[in-house]
Design a protein around this ligand. Structure first.
Ligand code: SF4
Length: 298
């Protein structure tokens, strides 16, 4: 079979589903390549992770077209045999790190979050050795709540004795950072940031306590970084300022509902202000917002 792949979100970050599909089809003796508009395919896969990515609108010449991923509001797993295939990183030659999940799912039910609906209860997914690439010592973990499962803590503990560099890029649950887990986290080699989440104002004292445990265990304050969900802008503003006072770098994420509805222009402007560090450091949100309104004639 001749298989075409389309990464609808672009090629900035490797798409695990497409890498597994590429590996599995190659094992079956199929030809796999990025889709080309000049070729007829037996089957084309389109994968879309983000709801806000515009859909692929070009006509596809194929006997069969299969779409999948959260961006299509499709929460099904890959077939078991495909899920078991090791990702084929050769389709993203520019990307040098391993990517994967130690755990899937989450123990919580935050109302704004798709994870409980999409992945269900937390469970082990892989060991760190299964995710590591033989040609790289860096691993990006996509876990949603790795500290909530003993299996995740075991992997962290074992990685602390290895020369691998890591990033948990979906953020760690600050409620589960204790003196013990902080000590394990401090033994890891971090690619850059130790990411936490601060999605409501109730989380501020929890994040502050987690930051204290991490610093006591030896993590430098400049490594601490936190996602800030932006629903109500004044509330998010207070959280951002409080995090900054703690020495934690905030990163604003405007809320999108499960259909991917566009955030308001104020939410987007607020995120631009927070996430452009030079601007954030040099002017207040009030000044930034006023000049934005003036530019827009409001
Ligand atoms: S803890 Fe994180 S992953 Fe779990 S439901 Fe809440 S936001 Fe989602």
């Amino acid at each position: 079979m001749k298989i075409g792949l389309i990464d609808v979100d672009g090629h900035h970050f490797p798409n695990l589903a497409l890498m597994r599909l590429a590996a599995w089809h190659k094992q079956q003796g199929d030809t796999v390549e990025w889709w080309s508009g000049f070729t007829h395919y037996d089957r084309v896969y389109l994968s879309k992770v983000f709801t806000f990515t515009p859909d692929f609108s070009t006509v596809i010449d194929a006997d069969e077209v299969i779409t999948g991923g959260t961006g299509y509001q499709d929460y099904r797993d890959l077939p078991l045999e495909v899920e078991a295939a090791a990702p084929d990183y050769s389709i993203y030659p520019q990307y040098k790190r391993a990517v994967g999940f130690l755990t899937r799912g989450c123990v919580r039910q935050c109302p704004w979050c798709i994870v409980p609906r999409k992945e269900g209860q937390i469970r082990p997914a892989a060991t760190w050795e299964q995710i590591k690439r033989p040609d790289s010592r860096e691993i990006i973990f996509l876990d949603n709540n790795v500290l909530a499962l003993e299996h995740g803590l075991e992997q962290i503990d074992r990685m602390g004795r290895e020369t691998v560099w890591v990033d948990f890029n979906q953020g760690l649950d600050a409620r589960l950072v204790s003196a013990q887990s902080a000590a394990m986290l401090a033994r890891l080699h971090w690619i850059r940031f130790v990411r936490l989440s601060c999605d409501t104002s109730d989380m501020l004292p929890v994040v502050e306590q987690a930051a204290a445990y991490l610093q006591e265990a030896g993590v430098k304050i400049w490594r601490l970084w936190a996602y800030v969900l932006v629903q109500d802008v004044p509330d998010a503003h207070q959280r951002v300022l409080a995090l900054e006072r703690m020495g934690i770098t905030p990163f604003a994420q405007p809320y999108r509902d499960f259909c991917g509805t566009e955030p308001s222009s104020e939410q987007k402007a607020f995120a631009r202000w927070v996430n452009t560090r030079q601007v954030f450091k040099s002017c207040t949100w009030e000044d930034y917002n006023d000049s934005r309104r003036e530019r827009n004639g409001r």
